[in-house]
Design a protein around this ligand. Sequence first.
Ligand code: DSN
Length: 480
Amino acid sequence: MSGELSNESQAFRYALEAVRAVEPAVAAAIGQELADQRESLKLIASENYASPAVLLAMGNWFSDKYAEGTVGRRFYAGCRNVDTVEALASQHAKELFGAQHAYVQPHSGIDANLVAFWAILASRVESPALEKAQVRHVNDLTEADWFNLRRELGDQRMLGMSLDAGGHLTHGFRPNISGKMFEQRSYGTDPATGLIDYAALRETAREFRPLIIVAGYSAYPRLVNFATMREIADEVGATLMVDMAHFAGLVAGKVLTGDFDPIPHAQIVTTTTHKSLRGPRGGMVLCQSELADQVDRGCPMVLGGPLPHVMAAKAVALAEAKRPEFRDYAQRIVDNSKALAEGLLKRGATLVTGGTDNHLVLLDVSSYGLTGRQAESALLDSGIVTNRNAVPQDRNGAWYTSGIRLGTPALTTRGLGTAEMEQVADLIHTVLSQTTQAAGADGKVSLAQYRLADGVADTVSRRAADLLSGHPLYPTVDLG
Ligand code: DSN
């Protein structure tokens, strides 16, 4: 291999050569994925680009190791190196976020939330069946055990943000287990402002008396006042749980501080590690000391064996997030998001809440006469990757939707700044203002069919490519 190639290029080239020798189609797909990501204007609010160090930390023999249990207390022998990376990841997380305890084993955000739910239930609810479940492997519980567990825990209540106001499925909604574990009620936003209505939330909490109040969102473009949320939780005897998956990078980067930093206010905080935090795909739970013991039972209570290779990558990503430049990155995410919002507003677009204070913008595309599905497809044809999202009181439901969610973490990582966001706003507006609804095969106008005016997709794709060419993705990686 040429001595002039960067270390990263050599590492990835060797890795792909090894894969190609066994299954060339996989090597080709991996290479193509990098090419596709390099060429697209990625505005998916929950995605990012992890560093080469994070990516490389995942591809190794840690993947071969079982390590159920916790640091120094494993159900398998030979875990000393796993202990090293898990302890490091946990220590970095505690220092970075100022948390009393960090559990870095969850494989995803849903897993992290399940760990948190069980920890809250186990520490707050008197239940002999739960005590049994705590000491038995999940597979060893009988049908009668499950019946008793449901009976003893079944009347527990959760109050979470409604889906169409920007909440998440795991906050008590039917398609997720959380909606079956708990009796659920939701709080929403003020229809006039689009902002969380804390007074209504307080009223609902007083009447509903939930065990858990969940704060956090996947499509709310404003800040959440966690001090107020805690006050409400305390008033009704609820545990405040914050799911900060979307904005963990803004908390780590000290953009969200004081009342807007969940760590000092919530008893338990969950997150993914791959969104604005820019780590590997995975989850994490941060909590106050009194919940630590229950949280650490996550595996085997609700998790399969930990993924040591991912915990190694979490340790690397968290070490990166402790560097001063991460704060600059976090601030630029929000600057970019505000610039994108202003660029769209200037062009007459309608934004939920009229703007943004965080990493995302929720564009209501009904003013363009489109559904979210049509807008998402027309943008994709033009080299702009977004995802459709419901807006509050959405008339088109969760599948077709009336909104497009736009997030700036990935483009910020790539180095784009506020001047470029103005151009991105122009590209989005250019596409949407020249897209119309179209008839489906049956001749009827459908919520999915659309027509993009001739030449727009090509022109916008070229402009997007020009914009991206000034900010190469993984500039040190040359796959040849
Ligand atoms: N799927 C993530 C998102 O896109 O927001 C949340 O789980």
